[in-house]
Design a binder for this molecule. Sequence first.
Ligand SMILES: [Zn+2]
Length: 169
Amino acid sequence: MSAYFGGHYGYSRSSTGKLLTCIEPIRVMALELIKHVDVKIEYGIRDQITQDELYNKGWSQKKWPGSKHNSPNLQVLTNPETMAENEKSRAVDISPYFGHLHPKVDWRDNEQSRAKFYVLAGTIMQVIRDLKKAGKLPADQYVRWGGDWNMNGDMGDQSFNDLAHWEMG
Ligand SMILES: [Zn+2]
């Protein structure tokens, strides 16, 4: 069985909880995406402790509350179920499983692991185009990918890659 075709995917409890902390366009995109490819939601909203931790590790370039993963009103994440829509994350970090062959996310910074993120990015862009066509996302929906920050289609002009990162608000 090819890793690319077949299989029924679904979000884990952890991914579902993180998705709940994201604004509606992200949820709409992610719920469509999982029908096509096996992915994991790494981060929706990040509270101050989480953002500080990632910043200190160098995994995020933004200090709290400057990231689209942060909500200035939300210093400590409580219950995702009761979050107000305007407190939710305007960015999501999504990683590819390509489940059958590689059950775990490969975070090594090498050609092979980067290739998986680029393949996933193509699928995400297709899903967004289809959702726009179907009227399930606005035609002018803002989208920005951390693999092409200026969204000019040139992935070689990046000063910093964040291949899992998608902003939709
Ligand atoms: Zn991110």
